[in-house]
Design a binder for this molecule. Structure first.
Ligand code: NAP
Ligand code: GLV
Length: 340
């Protein structure tokens, strides 16, 4: 018996949770954090994953995966190609991130399998700080000063006021809403755009296709925080960028595929956009020969605006496994039709 969310849950002790994570070290961290919270259950690492291979060679101490029956619940990120055929009786797959676009593209993902994502789990404040940091760099002309330093130039530039930098956030769900409220509290004018109407303190939310051109026209800094779906694929193209206020900025912390990179570079080269901060890319890691690396107006970070916090995330996933065990439907379940 395990106390969870103030209720005692009788788990089937034969329940087997498998971790399938593509990054070395992450599988072990998830196994440790989940086992601590669900001590009655078997938590293994899939042998097709980097840490699972370690477990089979006996290099690290944790229950070996070999000989275990197929799992009931999976937790992970970018599972191997044959993963779902080796675990045919899964009841749910818990994504160890907020986005599930890569998982929904997995050719083996069963159509009826419940896919459940992380909701905030500590990512919100990190994302909000990342975006505020970029806004303050833009307002304070820090990129221009970095360029001046490289040529030994001492020249004061006028800072942008908050009024000169109206912000538009595409996607004001769990993370976008927190970013919007954080930036509004810092004194910026913030608009959000979503598929449906919603109310967020200090943020004017616009929704629906009809409002898209007016939303873009009201924005000078555009922050992307919508999921990658068939509807958002290549959403930010030359036509969208043209609608932004002149000398604007793009901050992409969602997914690289939302942006047509060639159109972004053309807008920067034409001086229509002043700069872009890119945390996510079509190809990750960004290949060494990608021209984005060396563009004077692009700032790059390696997909780190809101990394998964394993402790709080395992706490959330353990709670949701408890909900499944009680026969409830946990929040964060992906609408497979909608794609997020
Ligand atoms: P979420 O709660 O599902 O919010 C998604 C938001 O996007 C919602 O407001 C939704 O509208 C809106 N949206 C969906 N489709 C749209 C469309 N076609 N046009 C306009 N808006 C649309 O997701 P979240 O937890 O905030 O995460 C958002 C994304 O951030 C994830 O999918 C992931 O790709 C990315 N992410 C990146 C990092 C990183 O480190 N860079 C970390 C975590 C997450 P409705 O509210 O009307 O449904
Ligand atoms: C990270 O990109 C996530 O989706 O959590």
């Amino acid at each position: 018996m395990v106390a969870c969310a103030a209720r005692v849950i009788a788990y089937d002790p034969a329940m087997h949770i498998v971790i399938a994570h593509n990054e070395p070290g992450a599988g072990l961290a998830w196994q440790r954090e989940l086992s601590r919270r669900l001590p009655e259950l078997t938590v293994s690492i899939d042998p097709g994953c980097p840490d699972g291979a370690d477990s089979l060679s006996g290099a690290r101490a944790h229950p070996a995966s070999a000989g275990l029956p197929p799992a009931d619940i999976a937790v992970g990120w970018k599972p191997p190609a044959d993963f779902f055929s080796r675990h045919p009786r899964l009841q749910a797959f818990f994504s160890t991130g907020a986005g599930v676009d890569h998982l929904l593209r997995h050719p083996g993902l069963p159509a009826a399998l419940a896919v459940i994502r992380l909701e905030d789990a500590g990512m919100g404040p990190l994302m909000a700080d990342y975006c505020l940091h970029e806004l303050l760099r833009i307002a304070g002309r820090h990129d221009a000063y970095a360029a001046q330093q490289r040529s030994g130039q001492w020249q004061e530039l006028p800072a942008f006021t908050r009024e000169e930098l109206p912000i538009g956030i595409v996607g004001v769900g769990v993370l976008g809403a927190q970013v919007g409220a954080h930036l509004a509290r810092a004194g910026f004018t913030v608009r959000g755009f979503a598929r449906s109407a919603k109310s967020i303190d200090g943020v004017e939310v616009m929704h629906g296709e009809g409002a898209w051109p007016a939303f873009l026209a009201a924005s000078r800094v555009l922050i992307l925080l919508a999921p990658h779906t068939p509807q958002t694929d290549n959403l930010i193209d030359a036509a969208a960028l043209r609608l932004l206020q002149p000398q604007g900025w793009l901050i992409n912390v969602a997914r690289g595929a939302l942006v047509v990179e060639a159109d972004l570079i053309a807008a920067l080269d034409a001086g229509q956009l002043a700069g872009a901060t890119l945390d996510v890319f079509r190809r990750e890691p960004l290949p060494a020969d990608d021209p984005l690396w060396h563009h004077r107006a692009i700032r790059i970070t390696p997909h780190v605006s809101a990394p998964t916090q394993v402790g709080p995330s395992a706490e959330q996933v353990a709670g949701k496994i408890g909900a499944l065990a009680r026969g409830e439907r946990p929040s964060g379940q992906i609408d497979r039709q909608r794609g997020y």
